[in-house]
Design a protein around this ligand. Structure first.
Ligand code: SF4
Length: 255
């Protein structure tokens, strides 16, 4: 599913409650440096057409203000999170730091109790603009779906970031953040997708120990996926994995 608008929702998010989404990517086009097998936006489509561009800071602020003006105050009060997500990876927007600042100002003016959340694949977390944006974010939610380079390639299919670099980024910049992990496996042996094997999960736990996140969000597939062979891991099994993480003193929520 691709979003048509800069501001979307509020939607009910399993992890964030009532969430007002901000899409920093073009309407109806996905822009991401990953190509995850489970991406709700579908697989990557190649280069953007020449006449399509990312929304400007002004367009984003205008869209937020229009939303606030047309929404009754009692509805605004129900929003728990203003969330950077949408059609791809939000930190690929070159003005991300300034946008986070503007969204923070908007939050204090219209929805002061809402948190600001960033859902990111973490490939750019070490960059200056993302570090500058951090002070405006309440929830920095970093993706880690695998403990090995092999599953990283199969699950996330990154365009640019190698596994060691991604892990080093998480260890260096992810302390005190939230780690989001989707557990999954494929019914097609040719895919080789499974981040629940003993070897995988042991390697994943080893990385988590080094990152020292404040929380882990563990969840299964919830919607249609572009790879149709993927299997939803049910709640009971997710809880089994969560308990292993709790045993090493990780705070884990299962969704
Ligand atoms: S990082 Fe997010 S937007 Fe990018 S391909 Fe993966 S799920 Fe989709």
């Amino acid at each position: 599913m691709l979003f048509n608008d800069i501001v979307f929702g509020p939607i009910h998010s399993r992890r964030l409650g009532t969430s007002l989404g901000i899409n920093l990517m073009p309407a109806k086009y996905k822009v991401c440096n990953f190509n995850c097998c489970y991406c709700e936006c579908g697989f990557n489509q190649g280069d953007l057409p020449k006449n399509v561009s990312l929304p400007s800071i002004n367009q984003i602020v205008t869209a937020l203000e229009k939303f606030a003006e047309k929404t009754p105050p009692e509805q605004l009060k129900k929003i728990n999170s203003i969330t950077f997500s949408g059609n791809g990876e939000p930190t690929l927007h070159p003005d991300f730091a300034e946008i986070a600042h503007m969204v923070s100002l908007f939050r204090f003016q219209y929805i002061p109790l809402a948190k600001i959340s960033l859902l990111t694949n973490a490939t750019r977390v070490g960059r200056e603009e993302v570090q500058n944006a951090k002070r405006h974010l309440d929830n920095l939610i970093l993706k880690l779906d695998s403990g090995t380079a092999e599953q990283y390639k199969k699950i996330n299919d990154p365009a640019v970031c190698n596994f060691d670099k991604m892990v080093n980024n998480l260890i260096r910049f992810g302390q005190g953040s939230i780690i989001q992990t989707l557990l999954l496996r494929s019914t097609n042996p040719e895919d080789g997708i499974d981040n629940t094997t003993t070897e995988e999960f042991a390697a994943y736990m080893k990385i988590l120990r080094q990152i020292k996140p404040k929380q882990i969000m563990l969840y299964g597939i919830d919607r249609e996926t572009p790879n149709v062979n993927l299997v939803k891991i049910e709640h009971e099994e997710l809880e089994n994995y969560a308990n292993r993480l709790r045993f090493i003193d990780m705070k884990v929520e299962v969704y």
